[in-house]
Design a protein around this ligand. Structure first.
Ligand code: ZN
Length: 293
């Protein structure tokens, strides 16, 4: 069933288990995610990126997710990932999103505060949650500038001030995880080290000062033990996208190679959807989301 995110993320689950926010942009990914949640009896968040909405069409993609969520036997909440376009966020709130992320982390601190406050005022009036980001979560264009990564991470004191001033509902923190897969081998080495050693000390310091649920982005590739450890520090949501894409891709490529005679897209895509579902189920077990409904 389609539910408000507040039904999944609350005080009682903090420190015990986390809920994955899986990205989707198409039918196959959506089916794989929902099937995984049902098989594991797990609540999940399905999220869209701006790119996904552009790819599939806003009404088309939102309609697909809402239909699947309503028919599912598990609670599913709809969330918008990184977005700095206030008008788009307004439209998505009207379409039934119960949570949106305003990402103004590229702006100077004061401007980030100002825009985030505006979005919070609008969203809260309509009962919708807001997530915001402090620090830069590594990925894409940030990679070429990264040396140590330290200065990109969330500062606990600033996080406390930011949450108090904006009254956001969840906070995305930068603690060493990253978006996507780096291609440059030198950068890959630095970032892989960061990812494999999530800054748990920093997370602990943030938890001391920030009481709202925390969100870790770019959780793909983070070792299972590190994910589990982060749950204890009030990380309630892990964004997972790349690991699902990699599984889908791998299975699809193998199927194409093995069966060059197949031309029915359904027969080509179904094994890839199954592979994606398997990885999603594994994540639900790791995050202890299984059997939490
Ligand atoms: Zn992100």
């Amino acid at each position: 069933m389609l539910v408000h995110i507040g039904k999944l993320i609350n005080r009682h689950m903090l420190g015990k288990y986390a809920v994955p926010a899986f990205n989707t942009q198409d039918l196959e990914t959506t089916l794989g995610i929902v099937r995984a949640a049902q098989a594991q009896k797990a609540p999940i968040i399905i999220q869209t990126s701006v790119g996904a909405l552009e790819y599939a069409g806003i009404e088309e993609l939102v309609g697909l997710i809402k239909t699947e969520a309503r028919q599912a036997r598990v609670p599913i909440a709809l969330h918008q990932d990184h977005c700095h376009d206030f008008n788009l966020l307004k439209k998505l709130i009207d379409l039934g999103y119960s949570s949106v992320m305003i990402d103004a982390s590229h702006l100077p601190y004061k401007e980030n505060l100002k825009l985030t406050k505006q979005v919070v005022a609008y969203a809260h009036k309509r009962g919708v949650w807001v997530q915001a980001e402090l620090g830069r979560i590594l990925g894409n264009e940030d990679w070429q500038n990264v040396k140590s990564g330290e200065d990109l991470m969330t500062d606990p004191d600033q996080a406390a001030d930011f949450v108090a001033q904006t009254r956001i509902d969840t906070l995305a923190v930068a603690v060493g995880s990253m978006h996507g897969i780096p291609i440059d081998p030198r950068i890959k080495k630095v970032l892989t080290t960061l990812r494999e050693h999530i800054d748990l000390k920093r997370l602990a310091a943030i938890r001391q000062k920030v009481k709202i649920p925390l969100v870790v982005h770019g959780a793909s590739g983070v070792p299972d033990a590190q994910l589990r450890a982060a749950i204890k520090f009030n990380v309630a949501v892990f964004n997972i996208d790349t690991d699902l894409r990699v599984a889908f891709n791998k299975a699809l490529r193998a199927n194409l190679k093995k069966n060059p005679q197949i031309y029915d897209p359904r027969k080509l895509l179904a094994p890839a959807t199954d592979a994606l579902q398997k990885v999603a189920e594994h994540k639900l077990k790791v995050l202890k989301t299984s059997n939490q409904i």
